[in-house]
Design a protein around this ligand. Structure first.
Ligand code: NAP
Length: 333
């Protein structure tokens, strides 16, 4: 792969706009094409960012020989098809979170990428944030001892009206796949896949989760108390507590500007992120680093980790009784 990495953007919604803005701040990142379900939207997006080619269907993007990597920014229900077709066309893929609707679809994608020797990564940008990486390094280095508990929440008040994608079961709506994926991914970054999953939720009349509490357990005795909501403005904080101390992340824990380490008998220690914590360019840079090195998987966002998160989200949905219409059967935990 040349120093330049040539991107194709698939879908033109809110996150595609934000990602493209941040991507274009990186040296060597070139956006050569964009695809939308409509030509007008592709063209408008291309005009906004000065992108040379705009396709009114996905096939044009997949056939474009100049595209090295496709960024999939559709709602969840379309991730498997979009990312799957991109892989079949020989493209590397960065796919928005949650990776797919469920673990079965995620396994299909991961198998496809691995069989073809192609790069695939879930766009779990939190894992690429420099301060989150520092936190992981500290915790793995033993500064707080053995982890006993994790807390994290992500709740917003829209209001999300009944026609919003977050309220639509057909596109994987609900708090869990959009917001709950962050607290679950945070806990699993530190503790791995849980041994037990309990959950309780308020469901909407359409059958998506509006307000969900989760209790994950590990055989070590560690637990994680997590929540997500579309109807409550929760603190958006996180903490991890061990036998020797704890780390607290303030509001916006998944793009932290700072965190505080508390250790028995010592003054609190502040760790600060000087490097644009809200930017998506850290995940884009990680994709480009991997592609230039010929890697097929990011060590920061490993596919086995994304699969494990999808299995937990499946288990939560199993407990709260949420099933998307296109699912024959939710994979049991
Ligand atoms: N990393 C983050 O911080 C972050 C933040 C927000 C969302 N996300 C993730 O990004 C994804 C998209 O979220 P968003 O907020 O950008 O949503 P959005 O604003 O609704 O945009 C999604 C785009 O996907 C396309 N689309 C809509 N319905 C579709 C359908 N039925 N089938 C195929 N394509 C469809 C549309 O683009 P076209 O009209 O061009 O086809 C639409 O503009 C979700 O998976 C979400 O979890 C990530």
């Amino acid at each position: 792969m040349s120093e330049k990495v040539r991107w194709g953007i698939l879908a033109t919604g809110g996150i595609a706009e934000r990602f493209t803005t941040d991507l274009l701040t990186l040296d060597g990142a070139e956006v050569v094409a964009v695809a939308s379900r409509t030509e007008a939207s592709a063209k408008a997006f291309a005009d906004r960012f000065g992108i040379p080619r705009a396709y009114g269907d996905w096939a044009g993007l997949f056939a474009d020989e100049d595209v090295d990597v496709v960024y999939v920014a559709t709602p969840h229900h379309a991730h498997r098809e979009a990312a799957g077709r991109a892989l079949e066309a020989g493209k590397a893929v960065l796919c928005e979170k949650a990776l797919t609707l469920n673990a079965r679809e995620a396994e299909e994608l991961v198998t496809s990428a691995r069989d073809r020797g192609l790069f695939l990564m879930e766009a779990m940008w939190m894992y690429c944030n420099p301060l989150v990486r520092r936190l992981v390094e500290l915790v793995r280095g033993g500064v707080i001892g053995e982890i006993r508990s994790v807390q994290a929440d992500f709740g917003l008040v829209g209001p999300f009206t009944a026609d919003h994608r977050l309220r639509d079961p057909a596109v994987g709506g609900g708090a869990l796949l959009d917001l709950g994926v962050y607290p679950v991914s945070f806990a699993q970054l530190l503790l791995g896949e849980p041994d037990t999953v309990q959950a309780h939720a308020l469901l909407s009349p359409e059958g998506v989760d509006l307000n969900t509490g989760m209790l994950l357990g590990w055989d070590t005795g560690a637990s994680a108390l997590l929540s997500c909501s579309l109807v409550a403005d929760t603190p958006l904080t996180a903490s991890v507590t061990g036998t020797l101390g704890r780390i607290e992340l303030p509001r916006g824990f998944f793009f932290p500007e700072r965190f505080t380490l508390y250790r028995d008998g010592r003054d609190p220690e502040e760790f600060v992120n000087e490097d644009d914590p809200h930017s998506l360019r850290h995940e884009a840079a990680e994709v480009m680093r991997c592609l230039r090195a010929g890697g097929t998987e990011s060590p920061l966002v490993p596919l086995d980790g994304s699969l494990a998160v999808m299995r937990t989200l499946d288990a939560v949905r199993d407990r709260i009784g949420v099933r998307y219409p296109q699912e024959a059967l939710v994979t049991p935990a």
